[in-house]
Design a binder for this molecule. Structure first.
Ligand code: HEC
Ligand code: HEC
Ligand SMILES: [Cu+2]
Length: 401
């Protein structure tokens, strides 16, 4: 870790200790003086006022100057600590924390989302705070960060986990009946493990494909094995490839270093049988975008895998309101829901429907269309859910017997 880096803990703790220390000294000093005076000048010992003191200029200067110096010192320490909390180190890893009633989800630059905040040990992490509904509070006691998450307002915090481990992450603002469910953790893992975690599953492949589309790679490279202006990406990972390096032929294995070089210096190794027409993407693609592309090619260069309903239900916060074990939460349980008969309110009329595929789909897409009798209409909509994700959730709910 960069030894010059001040962590948020290092920014907050000295100020806290200073203020507590000064307060303790004053509390004890004042209490002791008070007790001594009460005993010494008690009525039985001095029934008549004896001295007549008109004032003491030095005493007054001291008791004005010392407290002023103390509170100014508190302000100075507090302010410089606050600046450390606001000034994010330049190389910080950016993550977006999305708060909704009643769950957290974390989105990384490559599109991967997670219900826990995974971070590499020793690297500063910038967390952008987004609320989809009401006021929440992002709170990690271990790193001394706490910040309101205000709907419609841009906000951020940052921190460094200096030791590997699992740290609690809470919502610090009462945000409705499910508030206590807004608890998750920061998982600090070694940087190499983190890089591997970031690449695997969970939307990284999908993000990789989106980047390929955005930068026009797929105009020259296919994903299905057909030859275009450039070679296909299908199944090339780990395979030998014959290239011309400075006019000399050699065979190398497609690995991370080779892919990176092919993207940044396409003319260094030109695949045999192709023209050196690929433009360089150095300075165009960010490091994490290249990592996402490599992750995508590594995963086979095929379409994104089918979304996992169980994972989605956790990440999207469905399970904060819906139980799997039959118990009643903010919403009805998923247990035994499929094909059961449900009493619902629709436009003020009570009717009974059978919970089939269409009903479940509609319940997720348009929660307000039919309200299950006996429940509040508080289920949020999930506009960012893709169709195949809704299908995965429907399948997941159906499987809870
Ligand atoms: C104008 C067409 C064109 C575009 C656009 C293009 N490439 Fe290429 N690419 C090629 C050609 C031709 C080759 C083979 C010759 C070479 O190695 O330079 C190639 C080779 C590669 C290779 C090595 C493949 C292998 O089988 O060994 C990779 C990886 C690659 N490109 C990635 C990308 C990425 C990522 C993008 C988008 C950011 C991209 N390319 C955009 C034409 C293109
Ligand atoms: C804030 C709490 C909350 C969250 C988060 C939430 N729901 Fe709901 N959900 C409810 C409530 C309350 C109802 C019952 C009232 C209604 O029908 O809108 C409900 C109803 C449903 C129903 C119909 C249940 C039945 O018994 O007929 C389904 C299916 C459903 N939700 C699925 C989901 C899925 C999938 C997610 C996650 C993508 C989700 N919900 C997220 C609160 C929530
Ligand atoms: Cu909250």
């Amino acid at each position: 870790m960069n030894p010059l880096l001040i962590t948020t803990t290092q920014a907050v703790d000295p100020v806290f200790k200073f203020i507590i220390g000064v307060s303790l000294v004053l509390l004890l000093g004042i209490t002791a003086t008070m007790v001594a005076f009460v005993i010494r000048y008690r009525r039985s010992r001095a029934p008549q006022p004896t001295s007549r003191c008109g004032g003491n200029i030095w005493l007054e200067i001291v008791w004005t100057a010392v407290p002023t110096a103390l509170v100014l010192a508190m302000f100075y320490y507090g302010w410089s600590g606050y600046l450390s909390l606001r000034n994010v180190p330049k190389d910080a890893l950016a993550v977006t924390a999305t708060a909704r009633q009643w769950s957290w989800s974390f989105t990384y630059a490559n599109g991967k989302t997670s219900a826990k905040l995974y971070v590499p040990v020793g690297k500063p992490v910038l967390v952008n705070l987004v609320s989809l509904d009401v006021l929440h509070g992002f709170y990690i006691p271990a790193f001394r960060v706490k910040h309101d998450v205000v709907p419609g307002m841009k906000n951020h915090v940052w921190f460094v986990a200096t030791k590997p481990g699992s740290y609690d992450l809470f919502c610090s603002v009462y945000c409705g009946v499910g508030h206590s469910a807004m608890i998750t953790s920061v998982e600090a893992i070694p940087p190499a493990e983190f890089a591997a975690w970031l690449q695997q599953g969970g939307g990284a492949e999908h993000a990789g494909k989106e980047i390929l589309e955005k930068h026009g790679c797929l105009g020259c490279h296919s994903l299905d094995g057909t030859r275009k202006v450039g070679p296909t990406f299908k199944g090339i990972w780990g395979q030998p490839v014959t290239v011309l390096t400075d006019g000399k032929e050699r065979t190398i294995t497609v690995d991370e270093a080779y892919l990176r070089r092919s993207i940044l210096e396409p003319n260094a190794d030109v695949v045999k049988g192709f023209q050196p027409v690929m433009p360089t993407f150095a300075g165009v693609l960010k490091d994490d975008e290249i990592a996402a592309i490599i992750g995508f090619i590594r995963s086979g260069g095929a379409e994104a895998p089918k979304p996992d309903g169980a994972r989605l239900a956790k990440e999207k916060g469905c399970l904060a309101c819906h139980s799997l074990d039959g118990s009643r939460g903010v919403g009805p349980t998923f247990k035994g829901l499929y094909h059961s008969r449900v009493a619902v309110w629709q436009n003020g009329t009570r009717l009974t429907v059978v919970a089939d595929d269409d009903y479940l789909r509609e319940s997720i897409r348009r929660p307000a269309a039919k309200i299950v009798a006996g429940f509040q209409p508080v289920m949020p909509t999930f506009p960012d859910l893709k169709d195949e994700e809704v299908e995965a959730l429907v399948e997941f709910v159906e499987a809870i017997k």
